[in-house]
Design a protein around this ligand. Structure first.
Ligand SMILES: *[C@@H]1O[C@H](CO)[C@@H](O)[C@H](O)[C@H]1NC(C)=O
Ligand SMILES: *[C@@H]1O[C@H](CO)[C@@H](O)[C@H](O)[C@H]1NC(C)=O
Ligand SMILES: *[C@@H]1O[C@H](CO)[C@@H](O)[C@H](O)[C@H]1NC(C)=O
Ligand SMILES: *[C@@H]1O[C@H](CO)[C@@H](O)[C@H](O)[C@H]1NC(C)=O
Ligand SMILES: *[C@@H]1O[C@H](CO)[C@@H](O)[C@H](O)[C@H]1NC(C)=O
Ligand SMILES: *[C@@H]1O[C@H](CO)[C@@H](O)[C@H](O)[C@H]1NC(C)=O
Length: 661
């Protein structure tokens, strides 16, 4: 308690000084990336040096060489402003299109130890998505879900216990888990703070002895904040993994799915009967093989969502051994920096997204990431992965998926959107935020809160795969353009200049542009979204740091053109109506949730973000040059922003110490 009061004093002093030189109070610096010179040939290992967990590895690859011939650097986009004249638009896409799939066995690493001890950085990250998208969808599951077992309590007081992985034949070595009812209270308390809603999975390892507790507790404790229950995780791999006989096929899955439906329908402790999710295929069977069993028509009244899972490739050989030739990461890198990377995946599901629409069911990508078995060092954690993840997400939306979840493993994988510090470190400011979190943040801003966003792939620059672009329509008019440049050229010679024209209207007098940038596609840690970022390895408390920098670009209305520079590498989000209602007014301020009594059942946690399309952004739009702030106005805003971050540090530390003392 003495420590607490000392901290409070420090925080109070910091607060008093907040409006003077705040940045010396909250230093912000990026991790220094390992240069390729120190990494000759770009040959990096799937085992980081010095026993560092893979999630914190900073070994970099070389950026892929520029293509030959080089694509045009100046090109145009012309679309109608009026949605009625536009063609090829997707279905309406929600702001929370991108969410997360968190491996069940790592819930206590990532979300919180129990219902009264929630990770503040996790809450901050979710709050920044909620302020942009109105909410976040998270699936708790993965390989572990099929073997999860409910127990009333676990002897050491934990809410989830990992069992011996070798006890079941699980190729990704994800340990099966025991869980207690407090897992649901943890989820419920997260929902109360940051509007997360949840997907879970009904254990499916033995359908002759079903364990439905997850749905019973889920429905009873979380009610409508449960979005659905998966039935089977990657059943098309069951035979290969020895979890079912070698003859196991789509008809067998169809039959077992029916067993679960009957059991749920007969269980009075599960009031919701229509939110089951299948077939959750990994890609070994085609979805059509399952549709052809009559799956959708037979089970329509029980199905909430149709789902698939897909990773473009895998790193299993390097991680777990076996036969085959190892992946050369340097060669592999270029395949991610290409518009076809996402299209090659979505093309597998276009027929299914049509079938889903006809059946009135959403189609979701329930688990995805850069590569299964933990991803690739130097790719999964690079800026290139942020561009890949965003383009892939926009391509899924354009292909009429209704949502997609990036997988979060543990500290032993390269691809996490966010990773808490190693268990031996307790500093709450030392999370590591990965590139796919930036993809998620930007996608949340792209689709926003209207629920009306429709997106079209413009096949831009004559379909050159290094420079894809999309238009976004909201409330029946074009509102945004999303423009990529995958090329990596520090000389600037391959920066693009994109001419935006409206075919049925005149461009506005000016547009606002936010950039997603980093020095190189290979950079690890140093990513900026409109001037703000989460720093490098071990550097984040879950709050964006730095000053937000929105560029205002004056258009030529006489020529009906807005010229948008896009750096190589980089991404630009162009807002056509920066002052309209398409900007959400949500502003989070530092808010403390303190415990009600001294037995401390609810740890203090802090939600502080001041981003998204807030009033603050509008003020900053007055800025005329990159990095500058309008006179006067910016000062107060800067202080408020930084102050929020600082307060969260104070409250966050308090949270950590509350738990330990
Ligand atoms: C885990 O299970 C395997 C196989 O059943 C066994 O050989 C091993 O000793 C177990 N390890 C622990 C830590 O219990
Ligand atoms: C939050 O957690 C506490 C237990 O620590 C529980 O009593 C309470 O019901 C939880 N709230 C929700 C909404 O789940
Ligand atoms: C789409 O899937 C349905 C159901 O499996 C199948 O009958 C049809 O041939 C497929 N169409 C295409 C174009 O693949
Ligand atoms: C997405 O769905 C819309 C509405 O049904 C349709 O017009 C469009 O062609 C679909 N997009 C793709 C890529 O199939
Ligand atoms: C935690 O473990 C890592 C890896 O062994 C080590 O480098 C680091 O110094 C440890 N930190 C503390 C606080 O012991
Ligand atoms: C939750 O975890 C914290 C930190 O380990 C612990 O102090 C607290 O007693 C736990 N609460 C419950 C209700 O188990």
């Amino acid at each position: 308690m003495r420590l607490l009061s000392l901290l409070s004093t420090l925080c109070f002093l910091a607060k008093a000084r907040a409006d003077v030189t705040i940045y010396s109070q909250v230093p912000y610096y990026y991790a220094t990336a390992v240069t390729s010179a120190s990494n000759p040939g770009g040959t990096i290992s799937s085992t980081p040096p010095n026993g560092v967990d893979r999630a914190y590895d900073t070994s970099t690859l070389d950026p892929p060489p520029l293509p030959n011939p080089l694509p045009a650097t100046q090109w145009g986009i012309s679309v109608p402003s009026n949605q009625a004249s536009a063609t090829g638009l997707s279905i309406a896409i929600p702001g929370n299109f991108l969410g997360f799939s968190i491996e069940m066995s790592v819930v206590t690493q990532v979300i919180g130890l129990n219902s009264s001890f929630i990770s503040v950085p996790f809450l901050n990250l979710m709050a920044s998505l909620t302020s942009r998208a109105g909410g976040v969808h998270i699936r708790i599951g993965g390989n572990t879900q099929d073997y999860a077992v409910y127990v009333p309590s676990i002897p050491d007081g934990s809410i989830i216990e990992k069992l011996n992985a070798s006890a079941i034949n699980n190729p990704t070595e994800t340990p099966p888990v025991l869980y207690t009812a407090d897992m649901f209270y943890l989820m419920g308390n997260v929902t109360n703070l940051v509007k997360v809603q949840w997907y879970l999975g009904i254990p499916f390892n033995d359908t002759t002895n079903l364990r439905l507790q997850i749905a019973e507790y889920g429905d009873q404790i979380l009610g409508s904040n449960i979005l659905g229950y998966q039935v089977g995780n990657e059943p098309d791999l069951y035979a290969a993994h020895g979890h079912r006989p070698s003859t196991y096929g789509p008809e067998d899955y169809f039959g077992e799915f029916g067993v679960v439906i009957n059991a749920v329908n007969a269980d009075n402790n599960i009031p919701t009967k229509n939110n089951l999710i299948g077939p959750n295929l990994s890609g070994s069977w085609t979805p059509e093989e399952v549709w052809d069993t009559g799956f959708i028509t037979s089970y329509s009244s029980s199905l909430g969502v149709l789902a698939v899972e897909h990773y473009p490739t895998d790193n299993c050989l390097a991680i777990y051994g076996g036969n085959g030739s190892p992946v050369d990461y340097q060669t592999e890198f270029a395949t991610y920096l290409d518009h076809n990377a996402g299209k090659n995946i979505t093309s597998l599901y276009l027929n299914s997204s049509n079938i889903a629409q006809a059946a009135g069911k959403p189609l979701m990508m329930f688990e995805t990431n850069t590569a299964s078995c933990g991803g690739f060092p130097g790719i999964s954690n690079s800026f290139g992965a942020a561009l890949w993840g965003l383009d892939y997400a926009l391509q899924m939306a354009y292909s009429n998926f209704s949502g997609a979840l990036f997988h979060v493993g543990g500290r032993d994988v390269f691809y996490n959107p966010f990773t808490p510090p190693p268990t031996n470190e307790s500093d709450f400011r030392s999370w590591t935020i990965g590139p796919l979190f930036y993809s998620t943040l930007v996608a949340a801003e792209i689709f926003g809160t209207t629920g009306t966003a429709r997106i079209v792939d413009l096949n831009a620059n004559n379909g050159n795969p290094t420079s894809p672009a999309y238009a976004i329509y909201e409330n029946n008019a074009v509102t945004k353009f999303a423009i990529f440049n995958y090329l990596d050229d520090p000389t600037g010679a391959n920066n693009n200049l994109v001419n935006i024209t409206l075919s049925d209207n005149t461009v506005p007098s000016s547009v606002a542009v936010k950039y997603l940038t980093s020095p190189s596609v290979a950079t690890i840690g140093n990513i900026s979204w409109a001037g703000q970022g989460y720093g490098g390895v071990y550097e984040s408390d879950g709050l964006l740091q730095g000053e937000e920098n929105i560029h205002q670009i004056t258009c030529n209305q006489g020529a009906n053109v807005c010229q948008i520079p896009v750096p190589a590498p980089g991404f630009a989000l162009v807002f056509l109506n920066p002052n309209s209602d398409t900007f959400s007014a949500t502003t989070y301020t530092a808010t403390a949730f303190t415990n009600v009594d001294n037995t401390a059942t609810v740890a203090p946690s802090v939600l502080a973000t001041s981003n998204g399309q807030t009033g603050k952004d509008r003020t900053n739009l007055g800025s005329t040059s990159p990095g500058s702030r309008p006179n006067g106005a910016g000062t107060a805003l800067l202080s408020r922003e930084a102050f929020a971050g600082l307060m969260s540090v104070c409250f966050g530390l308090t949270a950590v110490f509350m738990g330990r003392w």
